[in-house]
Design a protein around this ligand. Structure first.
Ligand code: DMJ
Length: 957
């Protein structure tokens, strides 16, 4: 790594660190450097920008005004029922409620947005003068100062930080502590200007300090990583606290404190906050996986072991990286930059697959951990701008924008071929944030058009009479009674600033840094109260290979003035990245969805045993094929439909089925269970992959169950057992078929069995060739079933049956497969559960009720889509080619072939295809399957083992 390097910006670490600061801050300064746009996207007139900015203000007022009128002092507004969300008074939403501390969250989170609203003053006056483009009641806008003052007074008067309520440390830090500090920062700025807030005497800061002290007990761990939750009144671990027994936290939860805590220390002189936040960051840095330099999603706060070893830039990790870079910018401490650069190098090496960002395993970073991306990663292009790495930022942002254009919003998760994976959208601001930063860096008016689309979509699809409602399903446009505080803290701020010119803003935004919640902290803090001893850690960082930074040079300051078409030239090849990916033709269908058209039969209602449904299917040109292995395949031939309208209905029905099927695949991505034969002569060496049940004892949460196996009579377990003495205290073997799984479970439980194994009656089936699935309940309450139930395909089942014939006494262990794997692989292949990571950050994503309904409705075990959602296999109309069920279910991108209306795949498609083929290794389902020895080889091993044992026994004799 030399100064030379031929690039003119590579330099030894200390110099590079300084250069990075330039790069990082340069991004903010670019707007003036590039304000004259000469080519590419049409420039946007000042009038139109102002009109859009004004529209943002009107939208903010709609959200904030309704919150204040109908919800305040509650934490959040419920925009559909137009009332406040008060924790304890509404059905619990799980961890997502941990953001609510009965402290008027939305008000505090909105404080500095109100001040940003003041920045409109300039252009409002302009509009009053010109009386042009001015559709909004300017009096309200002009009253923002008053609203800010009022809001601060309300916070000081009404907010209680001493409630007996358990809150997320992370959320409370970024939203409440950050909100108070952002409010304080702008209050003192206004006061200094001599016009507003003259009465203000650091009261918000005092509240922030009080809150800071309330959060400190969370750090009472040997590692220094904070507990994920704290009771505002009782702290942690005391009986009244109802928290403190947690062992794990997410990386972002422990690594997103330094900006607020350091600001608090530097504002107040109380160094303890910055010290604690630094300690947590130091610990995370120590625990990074040393060969990949990546961090996992979840960490044990006592041992420092990685609990989840998947790694990405989205949920669970996101703001840890953000805070390393921003801590460097705010605090000027080189060690933060060096850490960030080390991680960034790893991210670009392993996770970035432009335009995609895909999670990998920290120990095997070449192995993808998922085939989908979450919406939270949309902040990353913005962070890349801050770092000065524009090209991949433009690429990823463009890809995300195309997904948005397809679905109006960014779904919570979407697959590598851009299909919806999780359909919710809680009005997240990350994409707007990246759009703002990219516009600042490039000056390309394209990004203003992007912002305009975001505004239009919000007004068109999310606006309701009492605010803005989160999308429950971006495909159907259904709403959720939820308006998160970050919508006000971040979305409006970034959108407003996007359209505001420098002179429109009454303070210099470049003097501030945005926290992860878009709260503003002044950069002058870097030189204030610097009493925290900085670690002189430069030497501890491995020198980075300069070639890894090729794409960061030259910095944006040099780049854009020379080539104003730069951003466009990067976007151009990606123009159709989403549309060109298979499946194709979906847009037409989705347009129909948007216009409200629905097929006469909804996929979720479809019952393969209902003659009326079959009749409708026929009319739509959809035929139903019962496959030999019990699964059902749907094929549509448009020409066989009764009319073109029926053909379109059929297409919509198939589309719904595809979505449903992919949701169900998602559900199936649960860690499989294992049946391990532990008795002589196997001694645990035979581990059979088994499917879990949606009822009974959950082996992922409980200790394994061990016992001898016994066949039940009748073998299908569909009636009271006639041999209860044989199964009493044992694990009963039951054959699949004739009745519901739950019924079998009840019968063997009543006979005294301690567990059950259902063996597939489809001869020759095996987990090597068929996807695992969960045994569904019977649509009724299954809480009465207490024993664990597992499902084995026929080949695996016959190993146990053969063993019984051979050895009579066969003892097995029923367990969660994850626990049986070798430690190196542990967690690596575990499908990422968004909930897990989001739990910690309070951003829970729940399954849509649609999916749940489907499972609940299922009432017939045999040959029905309802009872075997996993068996659904689909093919599309135009090529009329059906696909095999195993292909369909093992690899999402293989849908392409059958859903491609044009019958062609582009290079990108092929790339994705290839990628997905390699992803077979990483697809949780597939890799689990691969990790498990194929049955034939198990049998061969087993025979060898038996022979070896027999030899040994003979020898001993
Ligand atoms: C915000 O609360 C913060 O940006 C956080 O870092 C993660 N995302 C939410 C909004 O989506």
């Amino acid at each position: 790594m030399s100064e030379a390097g031929g690039r003119g910006c590579g330099s030894p670490v200390p110099q590079r660190a300084r250069w990075r600061l330039v790069a990082a801050t340069a991004a903010f300064c670019l707007v003036s450097a590039t304000s004259v746009w000469t080519a590419g996207a049409e420039p946007m007139s000042r009038e139109e920008k102002q009109k859009l900015g004004n529209q943002v203000l009107e939208m903010f007022d709609h959200a904030y005004g309704n919150y204040m009128e109908h919800a305040y002092p509650a934490d959040e507004l419920m925009p559909l029922t137009c009332r406040g969300r008060v924790r304890g008074q509404e059905p619990s939403r799980g961890d997502v409620d941990d953001a609510l501390g009965k402290f008027s969250l939305t008000l505090i989170d909105s404080l500095d947005t109100l001040v940003v609203g003041l920045t409109l003053l300039g252009f409002i006056l302009f509009m009053i003068c010109t009386l042009k483009y001015y559709e909004y009641d300017h009096n309200t806008v002009l009253n923002k100062t008053k609203e800010f003052e009022d809001a601060v007074r309300k916070v000081l008067r009404d907010v209680n930080l001493d409630n007996d309520v358990v809150v997320s440390v992370f959320e409370t830090n970024i939203r409440v502590l950050g909100g108070l500090l952002g409010g304080h920062s702008l209050a003192i700025m206004l006061k200094e200007k001599g016009e507003y807030m003259q009465w203000y005497n650091d009261e918000l800061l005092q509240m922030a300090k009080q809150l800071g002290y309330k959060l400190l007990p969370a750090f009472n761990t040997t590692s220094g990583l904070p507990y994920p939750r704290i009771n505002l009144k009782f702290g942690i671990r005391k009986p009244e606290a109802r928290t403190g027994t947690e062992t794990d936290t997410c990386t972002a939860c422990a690594g997103t404190l330094i900006l607020e805590f350091a600001a608090l220390s530097r504002f107040t002189g109380a160094t303890i906050f910055e010290e604690y936040a630094r300690k947590a960051l130091d610990f995370l840095w120590e625990k990074r996986q040393r060969s990949s330099n990546l961090v996992g999603v979840t960490i044990n706060i006592h041992t420092g072991d990685w609990v989840r070893k998947d790694s990405g830039v989205g949920a669970g990790i996101d703001s840890y990286y953000e805070y390393l870079l921003k801590a460097y910018v705010l605090l000027g401490d080189d060690s933060f930059l060096e850490r960030f650069n080390t991680h960034y190098d790893a991210i670009m090496r392993y996770i970035s697959q432009p335009p995609l960002l895909l999670d990998v395993h920290i120990h095997k970073p070449m192995l993808n951990a998922r085939t989908w991306m979450d919406a939270l990663l949309a902040f990353f292009p913005g962070l890349q701008v801050l770092k000065g790495d524009i090209r991949p930022a433009i690429e990823t942002h463009e890809m995300l924008y195309q997904v948005i254009k397809k679905h109006n919003f960014l779904p919570e998760a979407f697959t590598t071929d851009f299909r919806v994976h999780w359909a919710q959208h809680p009005l997240r601001p990350e994409f707007a944030e990246s759009t703002y930063f990219l516009y600042k860096a490039t000056g390309d008016p394209y990004y203003l058009e992007v912002g305009k689309t975001l505004i239009e979509n919000l007004n068109k699809y999310a606006r309701v009479p009492c605010g803005f409602a989160a999308m429950k399903d971006v495909r159907t446009g259904s709403h959720e009674d939820r308006m998160d505080s970050f919508f006000l803290a971040e979305m409006f701020k970034y959108l407003y600033l996007l359209f505001a010119d420098k002179e429109d803003i009454i303070f210099d935004i470049e003097d501030y840094i945005f926290t992860t919640e878009a709260h503003l902290l002044p950069l002058w803090l870097s030189t204030t109260n610097q009493s925290i001893s900085k670690k002189n850690t430069t030497s501890e960082y491995t020198e980075l290979d300069d070639s890894n930074f090729d794409w960061t040079c030259p910095n944006t300051q040099i780049l854009f003035p020379n080539d104003p078409l730069y951003a466009q030239s990067i976007r151009e090849p990606l123009k159709n990245v989403v549309d060109k990916s298979c499946p194709r033709g979906i847009i037409r269908v989705e347009e129909s969805f948007r216009s409200g058209a629905k097929p006469p039969l909804r996929a979720r209602d479809f019952m393969a045993t209902n003659p009326e449904h079959l009749e409708i299917l026929k009319k739509m040109g959809v035929s139903l094929i019962h496959l030999k292995d019990g699964r059902v395949q749907l094929v549509q031939h448009a020409i066989q439909a009764a009319s073109s309208i029926d053909a379109e209905d059929g297409l919509r029905f198939m589309q719904e089925m595809i979505e449903l099927s992919s949701q169900q695949q998602k559900e199936q991505q649960l860690p499989p269970r294992a049946v391990q034969i532990v008795s002589h002569p196997f001694f645990g060496r035979v581990v059979l992959t088994a499917g879990p049940a949606q009822f009974g004892l959950d082996l992922s949460k409980h200790k394994e169950t061990r016992g001898f196996v016994a066949s039940s009579k009748p073998s299908n377990g569909c009636s009271e057992l006639t041999n209860p003495e044989a199964v009493m205290g044992k694990i009963a073997l039951i054959q699949r078929g004739q009745c519901m799984f739950a019924e079998k479970a009840r019968n063997i439980q009543n006979a005294g069995a301690i567990g059950g194994i259902v063996i597939d009656d489809n001869e020759g089936s095996s987990s090597d060739t068929a996807p695992l699935f969960q045994m569904a309940g019977d649509g009724k309450d299954t809480d009465d079933i207490k024993i664990p139930m597992l499902f084995l395909f026929s080949k695996e089942g016959s190993i146990i049956l053969d063993a019984i014939r051979e050895y009579e006494e066969v003892e097995v262990l029923l367990s969660d497969k994850a626990k049986d794997r070798d430690p190196e692989m542990e967690n690596e292949e575990q499908p990422s559960s968004e909930n897990d990571s989001q739990n910690q950050s309070g951003e829970q994503i729940s399954s849509s009720s649609q999916e749940v309904d489907l499972v609940d409705q299922e009432s017939s075990e045999e040959n029905s889509l309802n009872s075997h959602p996993e068996s659904l296999s689909l093919a599309d109309m135009d090529n009329a080619a059906s696909i095999s069920p195993s292909e369909q279910t093992s690899n999402p991108t293989e849908n392409h072939e059958t859903t491609n209306l044009n019958g062609e795949c582009t290079d990108l498609d092929n790339q994705l295809q290839e990628q997905s083929e390699t992803e077979e290794d990483s697809n949780p389902n597939v890799s689990w399957g691969k990790k498990v020895q194929p049955i034939d080889s198990i049998l061969a091993d087993w025979n060898e083992d038996i022979e070896a044992f027999e030899m040994m026994e003979k020898d001993e004799l």
